[in-house]
Design a protein around this ligand. Structure first.
Ligand SMILES: NC(=O)c1ccc[n+]([C@@H]2O[C@H](COP(=O)([O-])OP(=O)(O)OC[C@H]3O[C@@H](n4cnc5c(N)ncnc54)[C@H](OP(=O)(O)O)[C@@H]3O)[C@@H](O)[C@H]2O)c1
Length: 335
């Protein structure tokens, strides 16, 4: 089967994979051709997420046809490319009817947010979730899915000169409250959070904390969780370790756990994936889950040569890697 990529994001994990610090390796093969200096060695294509259109299928393939849209069914496929040969096991068909940019960011960020809200604490309407890195792609999906399910969110972001713009943007997505990392530890914010959540009563309070960042802010966030609450780490953007005060383990019985979407995909069937994606696509169609803030990096217009494409890719990688940029870089293929 041959596929043509429509759009592929640059995610932090893709960069970690290139750095060699991610547990999953990309697929190395000699079939990608010969280097300009003539060396023929195994190469890999970067990128783990994206949406593609099926442009040709072999006789043996029954459940996919030309024109279908597919997302990646496994990590490490290599999505920063215009075309690829794939097998049905590499991909999952999705219903059309959503934009290519939304489809391109479905399998990692939206699914991670969806699972973390479903699979740890039993959340009911009116309950609270607290998260750091709330303006990340995952964080924005958490805000919107929680809002759609009538779950309230307390969202921690790093302070910056244009903080009011960021707060307004997250509010418009459905964020209930937004605090900065600097505000989180101060008495005024502590009182406010108590007031918002009835934290004095150990039967209520905040049941779930989502940690994208690590370091000091993740410890601070854990202190707001209710007894037997869940502190779920899914990212480590600060590259700092997490320190856990013994009192949170002994007296509050906080459960410190990790979440990895790739592991979920490994142990769940194609049917379970489709069920999850259909539910998320339903939210997108209802206008409850919108595009992540992004820059469109157009790829393949006729007036671009290899050198200009290289500069464009390096610039997009740079923006993805640098903090405070605030926009996901999404390659949009025009071939
Ligand atoms: N476990 C999983 O299955 C899973 C799935 C998806 C993503 N992730 C992980 O989740 C994290 C976010 O991914 P994403 O795609 O949502 O990212 P993203 O959209 O690129 O956003 C990056 C986030 O990290 C923050 N950040 C960057 N550098 C930072 C630093 N030095 N200290 C504190 N915050 C920093 C940014 O905030 P500023 O605006 O303040 O810079 C932003 O909120 C990554 O670590 C990624 O690997 C894990």
């Amino acid at each position: 089967m041959h596929i043509r990529f429509l759009a592929s994001p640059i995610n932090p994990a893709d960069i970690n994979q290139i750095e060699g610090v991610y547990p999953l390796r990309p697929t190395f093969t000699k079939e990608l051709g010969v280097l300009p200096d003539g060396e023929h060695k195994e190469l890999a294509v970067g990128g783990n997420e994206g949406v593609a259109e099926v442009i040709a299928v072999g006789d043996q393939i029954e459940d996919l046809k030309v024109g279908d849209w597919v997302v990646m069914g496994r990590s490490g496929f290599g999505t920063w490319r215009t075309h690829a040969a794939a097998t049905p096991n590499d991909v999952t068909r999705i219903d059309k009817g959503i934009g290519s940019l939304q489809a391109a960011t479905l399998t990692v960020n939206a699914c991670t947010a969806f699972r973390m809200l479903k699979d740890f604490a039993t959340l009911k309407e009116g309950d609270f979730v607290i998260q750091n890195g709330a303006n990340s792609g995952v964080g924005q999906a958490v805000i919107q899915i929680a809002h759609a399910w009538n779950i309230k969110t307390i969202n921690i972001v790093r302070n910056r000169p244009e903080i009011e713009d960021l707060k307004a943007r997250l509010k418009s997505l459905g964020a209930t409250y937004i605090v900065t990392d600097e505000e989180l530890g101060c008495y005024k914010t502590k009182d406010l959070i108590k007031e918002w959540t009835n934290i004095n009563d150990n039967n209520v309070g905040i049941k779930l904390g989502l940690n994208c960042v690590g370091g000091k802010i993740s410890t601070e966030m854990a202190k707001y969780l209710c007894r037997s609450g869940y502190h779920v780490t899914y990212g480590a953007m600060s590259r700092q370790p997490i320190t856990i005060p013994a009192s949170l383990l002994i007296f509050k019985d906080i459960k410190f756990l990790g979440y990895w979407m790739s592991r979920w995909y490994q142990y769940h069937s194609k049917e379970e994936r489709s069920e999850m994606m259909n539910e998320i696509i339903g939210l997108i169609r209802q206008g409850k889950l919108g595009d992540v803030a992004h820059d469109e990096v157009t790829w393949g217009s006729s007036n671009e040569n290899d050198e200009s494409l290289k500069i464009k890719l390096l610039d997009a990688l740079d923006k993805s890697y640098t903090g405070f940029h605030g926009k996901k870089q999404i390659l949009q293929f025009q071939l």
